[in-house]
Design a protein around this ligand. Sequence first.
Ligand code: UTP
Length: 302
Amino acid sequence: MRRPPRTAIFPVGGLGTRFLPATKAMPKEMLPVVDKPLIQYAVEEARASGIEEFIFVTGRGKTAIEDHFDHGAELSNALSARGKEAELRAVQDMMLEPGQVAYIRQQEPLGLGHAVWCARRLIRGDEAVAVLLADDLVMAKEPCLKQMIDAYVTVGGNMAAVMDVPREETNRYGILDVVGEEGKLTAAKGLVEKPAPEAAPSTLSIIGRYILDPSVFVELDRQEAGAGGEIQLTDAIARTIGREPFHGLRFDGRRFDCGNKAGFLEANIAFALARDDLREDMTAILGRYAKACQSGEDALAK
Ligand code: UTP
C-alpha cells in the first residue's frame, strides 16, 4: 500500500481571460457557484479526501483568495452580535488550521506545469501530492479526489481523473493513449496535450484532478514549453511513463467545466437544484424559461 498524499496544490495563477471583465480585478476561482467560490469547493473536496496541507499557487490580482481563507474577526463579531448563527458557522467551518496553508506566487502565467513546479520547495520530495484545478467542479457523492486516492494507494505512480469527451473537443484536453482498462482504471502508454480530433489517440480526457509522483517535478525542472507555448503538466507526466505507471480514473460524479461560461452557468443550476432551500424556486424559474424557449416567447415578458 502506498502512502496517500497529504498535500494538495491549487494552481490559481491563470488569467481567466474567458471571464473578462469579471476577472479583471477578481480571480476566476472566486466566482461563486450559488453562494460559494469555486476555490472553496476544491478545498472542501481536498479536506474531505484527507488532505492536510494546502498550497495555493497564486498570481497577480489573486489576493482575494488569501483573504477568503483568512480569519475575519470583524465579520465574525458582527455576525455574532446580530445573532446570525448559521452565517457565522458558514464562515467558521471553512477555516483551515493555522500553518496548514501556504501561498506562493507564480510570477508569470507560463502554464499549468509551471504553476505546479512553483510549489516544488513547499512539498516533501518523497511523497505524492494532489493537484486540484478549482475551475473543474465535480459534484459527487464521494469526493472525486477521495475516489482517486483509494485507487492510488493500490496502484501508485501518477493518476488523473478522466472522462470521455466528444471527439471534436479533444483539442481542449490532455488525452490518454490507452493500453488497458481494469474496472474504473485505465492504464496509458502516453498522454497528448490538446490533440486535434483526427490525431487524438482516444477520447478519454484528463480533468483537473491529479495525483503526482515526485518524479514529475524532476521532469518539470526542464521547463520545456509544449502546446500553446505553455509549460504543460501532462507533458511532464507523459515523460515519466515507462518508469512510473500512469492511470486515469473514471470517477463517479458529474464534472462541470467552470472555466467556460456555459459550464459555469450549468454548474450554478445543478448546484442550486441540489439545494433544499433553492430547489423549488429554481424549478419554477427553469420551467418558465424552458416553456418560453420552446414557444419562442420572451420569458421575461410575464
Ligand atoms: P486555464 O487553461 O483555464 O487558463 O487554466 P486560465 O488562464 O485560468 O483561463 P482562460 O483560459 O484565460 O480563461 C487551467 C488552470 O490552471 C491554472 C488556472 O488558474 C486554472 O486553474 N493555471 C494556468 C495557472 O495556475 N497558471 C498558469 O500559468 C496557467
